[in-house]
Design a protein around this ligand. Sequence first.
Ligand SMILES: [Zn+2]
Length: 528
Amino acid sequence: MSQPAENTKKWQAVALIRFFDRKGSYRKQSMKIRFLASPIAAVFFVLNCWAQNAPASTPPPNSFLERLTTLTDSDSGPWTAEQFATMGRIRDAAMTDPNAYNMLAHLTDNIGPRLSGSPQAEAAVLWVAAKMREMGTSVTLEKTTVPHWVRGKESAVLTVWPGMPPGTTQKIVVTALGNSVSTSADGLTANVIVVSSFAELRSLPVDEIKGKIVLFNRLFDKELTAQGSGLDAYGQNIAYRGIGPSFGASLGAAAVLVRSLGSGDFRLPHTGLTLYGEGVDKVPSAAITAEDADLLARLSKQGPVTMRLTLTPKTLSPVSSYNVIADWKGSEHPEEVVLVSGHLDSWDLGTGAIDDGAGVAISMQTIHLLQLLNIHPKRTIRFVAWMNEEFGVSGATTYLQEHASELTHHTAALESDLGCDHPTGLTFFGTPEVARYLTPVANALAPIGASVLTRSDEVTAEDIAGMVQLGVPGLTPSQDSRFYFNYHHSAADTLDKVNVQQLNENTAVMAVTAYALADASEVIPRRK
Ligand SMILES: [Zn+2]
């Protein structure tokens, strides 16, 4: 290949990386500031409640009691003692009501995997809409167009490797990436090149890459995950799944494999979306297990390794689907909205229990608790089950277009999309003043161990990210992510991974916060 052509291809690859750096870097540059709702604040809160019921007397100017009263007033924020009592009732009901788990069980066991465009996704839309009508909300189905990709057969076998017993093959555990094109029905047979980075592949002569199966063998940082920063570990590698196939194709690869983005050691492949770059050949793309990636790395150091890769997915015509929107109307300011949400679509390998049936169930349960306890906050609490987060966020994009003029009246947007393990508190995407505003709410969540407020500059809940960019304060429960990426996007994302108590704790965080924001005398500070 001539030198100029080679350079052009390399530049295309560089452009792709830049594109994905903008789209896919999660929390790399995020600055997290943690605010602990302190026991001292809790004492002030109790004193404040006591002071409100105590006989009126005028303390001497600048007395200790006056200063204490000033402090306690600011500590209770824009909520009355009665509203704190309501937060307590919501929290306690969330911890004992079995409905969130039952709804999640129906969504996952009875309806099943909910890939965008699938009959199960449609069934889920109708079921959620019916449930929300039962809860007394006003329901709208908001039409959105979604891709319709269908997984086919998938297999990978080694046909040549150093030291192989004659006449044998060796199985590699593989799953197609969402959006992948197919190989021929008989599969594609080629030598495998193993690299650990974009830079390493780019450093190879193009002739060496041409026609090969490229494996991006980028290690998932399990130490980071074990410390509770699973999303950061995921964010570090997501570009390899997102643009690795187009990057490889731009340098002549015939197919691209990525080491699964997952922290488990169960020889499970984890799927996810890949995006094909414009003007670059679309090549078959798949994820293999971490164990098989290690195997290929070891064998390829010893000599040539040949693989037969068979993937037969199909991309059908896009279809219409829906966001399910359900309003629990505000009693004083129905036009003002506090949004609670999760995404209804899932990947097809498991049943989408932790990603993100849980987020949908937690948000549905928020409305159910308001109905159960007959609570009607000042502002509207809007439940949204987003369609198609996994395959391009089209539901959230449609919502932004359809509700552009209403966003100034969106007081806050919440989404739960990091499973449902124990929440340590709330993560907010907003100005630092939000922490002070939320401290009394965090205190109400302290009895379930969910009182830590964390600020993040990167919006980690994809469906509300657009709204947050436009100034709407965004929040999410701060879920323990140590185990989430063991199962995420794999066949093991099933109901048994859900701990009922922890699911309920997440519901308590979502429901208490939504109520507090919807009933406060003063709204949460907006982003500037
Ligand atoms: Zn998700």
